[in-house]
Design a protein around this ligand. Structure first.
Ligand code: FAD
Length: 324
């Protein structure tokens, strides 16, 4: 046993980009522990995504193939993974902590008599031993977890724990593995779409987030202008979504989305721990807050202590000048 398997999530052969974060995590662990990394991609055909994934620094891309794997079902994926694991005998299985993974990974682990160390935010490796860190008590404490018992060990990483663009490129062989899939006890409905205009903020490169400092729903227009100037998506702290000024899918934090854009601009957000856990892995954090003691400044790379209603119009003007 000397291998890490990393799960590649996709829909109709279209990559869920969060899997690149899982590749980056697995590659990093692989380097630290001297283990090879291979990717596993369940599909009903010779998945067209396999070649794209083969462009990363992996040993192999294994397409676990069965006609029942065209659409995700927990039964189908659990059957496929069980066989792949029994064939490859890996030491670690690394996945991103997505809804799909939460659905099927514990099922596979339980079948094999193992646990999942879920939603990890980082790891350290010393003397061949992995120590995984998980947030507990709504992000107030970090718990270090070591792995006991027999391999394989199932690990999932929180969105943003690793950067997908750090996944190293390379050239891997693609291999099909026919797997058998038993009865599927459920048939999926079409994917749930909350609202036509809903965005997936986990894929945003630039986010302008507003907090209670924006004062009224009408003032959101100012934040939207800044977002438009930057090609950014608009997000918010919880009070803004609780007030229904923006839909819930725009909420960042422990009860909202976890994001890791290249740039996160926080306008009138105090930086409560429940908000911070959702955005602290952003590349560059810019905060505008009139309270110089606001905790958001503890994690901000750039800060303006001042009134957002004075600062934002100047920013919009300067951005449009820079563009012209
Ligand atoms: P406030 O804390 O009220 O801060 C407003 C900030 O705006 C202040 O710092 C103020 O100085 C500044 N300000 C005011 N006027 C201006 C101005 N003109 N210019 C510049 N700055 C100005 N919160 C989340 O965001 N996401 C979550 O997922 C989440 N989940 C939660 C889950 C639980 C179980 C609990 C208990 C709470 C949760 N919260 C969450 C709420 C969280 O505790 C905070 O109450 C919330 O994040 C505060 O939002 P805020 O920063 O917008 O508002």
């Amino acid at each position: 046993m000397s291998e890490i398997l990393v799960f590649i999530e996709h829909k109709d052969c279209l990559l869920n980009k969060i899997s690149l974060e899982a590749i980056a995590a697995a590659q990093s662990i692989g380097k630290d522990l001297g283990l090879k990394v291979s990717a596993v991609l369940p599909c009903d055909k010779d998945c067209s995504l396999a070649q794209e994934i083969a462009g990363y620094g992996l040993e192999k891309v294994i397409v676990a193939k069965n006609e029942k794997l065209g659409t995700y079902t927990p039964d189908g994926y659990a059957d496929a993974w069980e066989q792949v694991i029994k064939t490859i005998n890996p030491t670690y299985i690394v996945m991103s902590h997505t809804y799909q993974v939460r659905d099927f990974a514990p099922k596979v682990a339980a079948r094999l008599g193992r646990e999942v160390v879920g939603d990890c935010i980082r790891y350290s490796a010393s003397s061949g031993q992995l120590v995984l860190t998980r947030r507990i008590f709504l992000g107030k404490l970090d718990a270090d977890v070591t792995l006991g018992g027999e391999a394989p060990y199932f690990i999932t990483f929180q969105s943003g724990a690793f950067r997908g663009d750090n996944a190293e490129k390379g050239s891997a062989a693609v291999e099909a593995m026919d797997v058998s899939v038993g009865d599927l006890r459920m048939s999926p409905e079409p994917p749930f779409q909350e609202a036509k205009a809903s965005v997936d903020l986990t894929k945003s490169e630039v986010i302008v987030a507003v907090g209670r400092g924006i004062k009224s729903q009408e003032n959101l227009a100012l934040a939207q202008q800044l977002a438009d100037a930057l090609g950014a998506d608009l997000a918010a702290s919880r009070p803004i979504c609780d007030s229904e000024w923006l839909p819930i899918d725009r909420q960042i934090g422990s009860s909202g989305q976890t994001v890791a854009p290249k740039v996160y601009i926080a306008l009138g957000i105090s930086g409560a721990i429940q908000h911070i856990v959702g955005m602290k892995n952003s590349g560059t954090i810019v905060a505008i807050n009139k309270d110089g003691e606001a905790p958001i400044f503890d994690i901000a790379d750039y800060g303006i202590v001042g009134d957002l209603f004075e600062a934002v119009p100047v920013m919009i003007e300067e951005i449009s000048k820079a563009k012209s």
